[in-house]
Design a protein around this ligand. Structure first.
Ligand code: ADP
Ligand code: F6P
Length: 332
């Protein structure tokens, strides 16, 4: 829809706010850039809200223009910054957020973030604000979408780190236990287990037994002539260092543990993340220009669609059983 056509749309929002919330993810800046540029193209005024819901509550926002988002596409993190805002988890906090949005005459707010941020958005929708969510988290754990911005960059960061760890494991004939992010979800762990040929991968979604799921595959590999091993543990499983100790005690194989930590959230976004962020953000402003309310943008079968926020938050998704099978079969 052109900027001229937008003038004819009844009940359209004229001024939109945009914020990044929850854990930062590579590609948030690319999404922000595309919200600002496509939003202005479609005839909106765009206000950047700093530090997520915290900035909404304190009215920490400013009008952005086409140049406000220059040279940010390649940067990790988020130039608007992000925060966790406990006050927004209360009804009073949400109402205060709504009132502040009225002060700045925001007709809609675009929320770039994860599942928690979308729950906050739903609460804001309930008190009368029009909200549109763009899924961004390295965990890829938002049920309504096949893909979340930041996932591919994090996978490549983990792949690079494990490739390096593997060089040492091979040279010294060691076992390396690597903890990757994913408090409640094993998407990063599972993809990287396939990409790096890990001997074992332990996921928060599944009960595990150290003898069956770690020691047995390692001994099996050793008996077939392999002398270096990678075990990937998703953060949500917990006890990574203890697991490494037990592997060494039971097998006698020199074993170390590496917790990859926050490097997985940083870095310049990959092409996939830049493109996904740009197209999801364009879809968000398209939906707003069409006068739609309270949607989450999602990738489904390689297309970008908008799903009603209540429906989106009630969806479930689970790890692909074919990927679980591949991670086990191919490491033999
Ligand atoms: P993410 O969006 O990455 O999942 P969080 O779960 O930390 O990150 O959520 C980010 C922010 O969203 C929280 O600090 C809070 O302000 C808001 N939020 C999270 N869960 C809720 C909820 N159930 N109701 C209202 N607001 C929420
Ligand atoms: O961004 C997602 C995530 O990295 C989770 O995997 C992790 O548990 C969480 O964020 C940790 O974030 P923080 O330390 O900022 O609370």
């Amino acid at each position: 829809m052109s900027a001229e056509n937008i003038e004819n749309v009844v009940g359209r929002p004229k001024r939109i706010g945009v914020l990044t919330s929850g854990g930062d993810a590579p590609g948030m800046n690319a999404a922000l850039r595309a919200v600002v540029r496509s939003g202005i193209y479609r005839g909106f005024e765009v206000y950047g809200i700093r530090k997520g819901y915290e900035g909404l509550l304190s009215g920490d926002m400013y009008e952005m223009n086409l140049r406000s988002v220059s040279d940010i596409m390649n940067r990790g993190g988020t130039i608007l910054q992000t925060a966790r805002c406990p006050e927004f988890m209360t009804q009073e906090g949400v109402l205060r957020g709504y009132r502040m949005a009225q002060v700045f005459k925001l007709d809609a707010i675009v929320i770039i973030g994860g599942d928690g941020s979308f729950r906050g958005a739903r609460d804001l929708a309930k008190v009368g604000m029009n909200v549109i969510g763009i899924p961004a988290t390295i965990d890829n754990d938002i049920s309504s979408t096949d893909y979340t911005i930041g996932f591919d960059t994090a996978l490549n960061t983990v792949k690079d780190a494990i490739d390096k760890i593997k060089d040492t494991a091979y040279s010294h004939e060691r076992c390396s236990v690597v903890e990757v992010m994913g408090r409640g979800a094993g998407y990063i762990a599972l993809s990287c287990a396939i990409a790096d040929g890990a001997e074992a991968c332990i996921l928060p979604e599944q009960h595990f037994d150290i003898n069956t799921d770690i020691i047995k595959p390692i001994i099996g590999c050793r008996n077939r002539g392999k002398h270096h091993y990678i075990v990937i543990i998703a953060e949500g499983v917990g006890g990574t260092i203890e697991i490494a100790k037990q592997i060494e005690e039971i097998t006698g194989i020199s074993t170390n543990a590496t917790i990859l930590g926050y490097q997985q959230r940083g870095g310049s976004p990959t092409v996939k993340d830049r493109v996904a962020a740009s197209l999801m953000a364009m879809k968000a402003t398209e939906v707003l220009a069409a006068g739609e309310r309270n949607k989450i943008i999602a990738e489904k079968n390689e297309k970008y669609i908008a799903i009603d926020i209540d429906e989106a938050l009630n969806m479930t998704k689970s790890l692909d059983p074919d990927m679980i099978e591949a991670s086990k079969m191919l490491s033999l």
